[in-house]
Design a protein around this ligand. Structure first.
Ligand SMILES: Cc1cc2nc3c(=O)[nH]c(=O)nc-3n(C[C@H](O)[C@H](O)[C@H](O)COP(=O)(O)OP(=O)(O)OC[C@H]3O[C@@H](n4cnc5c(N)ncnc54)[C@H](O)[C@@H]3O)c2cc1C
Length: 436
């Protein structure tokens, strides 16, 4: 590839790497990594560039695995089906390929454009009190290390590398393929509608216990939310997808085109945001549909924004939202973007934001033409006060010294990094900040 400038989706980071590479095979990938290490160049894999942080930035060799993509095989295990997936596979393509084999991802986030390895590397998650982030679905990994060696790891083979690399931040090597627990294809019923924030918080424990995938969007400066309740159904359930017209009006017109217009307007007239948020929250009518699971999980995001997301202990989420509301009242800061609130159970992945505790995710957004700094800093302070952990792929102001105390296995992760990448082939500014 010719030298060029690379930019992430949010426009928060760009770089001019020494070179781009798009290997077609794992052997080519291994040779280019070994060569770069010999030459003292840094190497970074990039997926869809959908991290808001500089996680994929490099001054060295930027490697796209777009040509190392697809499902290699599926095997049956006592635990259920396990798919071996090449690391560059985009989630949308993975979902379609799985479905054509009668299979589906067990959980997903709210977009499907990421590469599977990119999504896993920063701890991408969805929502649901019983459904962990994507890294909890990994059963094995193949990684190209700095010297070009291609190493398999799992719970029983190179277990230290496996435990660290399940959410590896791109710091240990380049994942070339992975084994993922999947399940028979299933449908999902979505029930969405406007509600009051106070009532939603009062009913939170009930929803978490009874709804497979529960989330809500709170409209700042109001007591209004949009709730989403997704229920898993057998794969042969008759589908009742959104009609084309309704899908267009809701997802394209309201969520993208009209929302872009609102953001442009409120960039000029931020004082109008509280009234506009009231109107927007009320304009959202209830809807219900049933579709293939992966189509319900993901929706298009065309309005460009900046995002910070904090995982906080589930029990603290009501206080965190109340504190954000109080700060907005006091500060005069006006925010048009809804605050997204999602959930995940405790897991054992070393650098998972849900490690060791049931978690709620509080995501704040700001339109890309408006300044996000004051808002994000205030929310970060609120989340830190309850030992919040920032999403590794979303904006935050944290560094190794204050991240270490919140992750019991932080030093173990760093020791694995020292062992497998002593010369720091996979280093970049982001890793120097968060891992030191
Ligand atoms: C609109 C939008 C919606 C989002 N929704 C969600 C959501 O619902 N839930 C959620 O948790 N997050 C969400 N995110 C964040 C996103 O899932 C993560 O930032 C994810 O890492 C992006 O995947 P990517 O393929 O773009 O990876 P990139 O951003 O390109 O890379 C991320 C990291 O992975 C590393 N990497 C990439 N490929 C490999 C590889 N083969 N081996 C080793 N390391 C590798 C990169 O070097 C980098 O460090 C969203 C982001 C956006 C912009």
């Amino acid at each position: 590839m010719a030298q060029d400038t690379w930019r992430n989706w949010a426009g928060t980071h760009s770089s001019t790497p020494h070179r781009f590479d798009t290997p077609r095979t794992v052997a080519e990938l291994s040779a280019l990594v070994a060569r770069a290490t010999e030459l003292g160049l840094h190497v970074k894999a990039v997926g869809a560039g959908h991290s808001f942080t500089g996680a994929a930035v490099t001054d060295g060799v930027l490697v796209s695995l777009d040509n190392i993509a697809g499902i290699e095989s599926v095997r049956t295990t006592p635990e259920g089906p396990v798919a071996t997936v090449l690391a560059g596979t985009r989630l949308r393509s993975l979902n379609e390929q799985l479905w054509s084999r009668g299979l589906a991802m067990i959980n997903l986030g709210d977009i499907d454009v990421q590469s599977i390895a990119g999504a896993l590397s920063t701890g991408t998650h969805g929502t649901g009190a019983r459904f962990g982030g994507l890294a909890t679905l990994i059963r094995g990994l193949q990684i190209v290390l700095a010297d070009g060696s291609v190493v398999d790891c799992s719970e029983t083979e190179n277990p230290d590398l496996y435990q660290a690399a399940r959410i590896g931040l791109g710091a240990l090597g380049i994942i070339s393929k992975l084994d993922l627990a999947v399940q028979p294809a299933y449908a999902m019923r979505a029930v969405e509608g406007p509600a009051r924030l106070d009532e939603t918080l009062d009913g939170l424990e009930h929803d978490l216990a009874n709804v497979d995938h529960f989330e809500f969007y709170w409209f700042p400066h109001t007591n209004r939310v949009l709730t989403k309740r997704n229920t898993r159904l057998p794969g042969d359930t008759p589908l009742r997808p959104l009609g084309r017209a309704r899908g267009f009006v809701d997802d394209e017109l309201m969520s993208n085109t009209l929302f872009e217009g609102i953001n442009r307007l409120t960039t000029t007239f931020p004082g109008a945001i509280p009234q506009i948020n009231q109107l927007s929250a009320r304009a959202l009518s209830a809807r219900e549909f049933t579709d293939r699971s992966y189509r319900v999980f993901a929706s298009p995001r065309r309005v460009r924004f900046r995002e910070m997301e904090y995982a906080v202990p589930q029990a603290a989420v009501k206080d965190v939202l109340r504190d954000i509301g109080s700060w907005l009242d006091r500060s005069g800061c006006r925010i048009a973007f809804p605050v997204e609130v999602r959930f995940a159970p405790a897991d054992d992945v070393w650098l998972s934001t849900a490690n060791g505790r049931d978690s709620a995710y509080v995501a704040v957004h700001q339109y890309h033409r408006r300044d996000h700094r004051e808002y994000f800093a205030a929310v970060e302070a609120i989340a830190r006060a309850v030992d919040g952990r920032p999403h590794w792929g979303k904006m935050h102001g944290r560094a190794a010294a204050d991240l270490r105390p919140t992750y019991a296995r932080f030093d173990d992760f760093c020791a694995v990094r020292d062992k497998y990448d002593p010369a720091r082939t996979f280093d970049n500014d982001y890793l120097r900040t968060v891992l030191a």
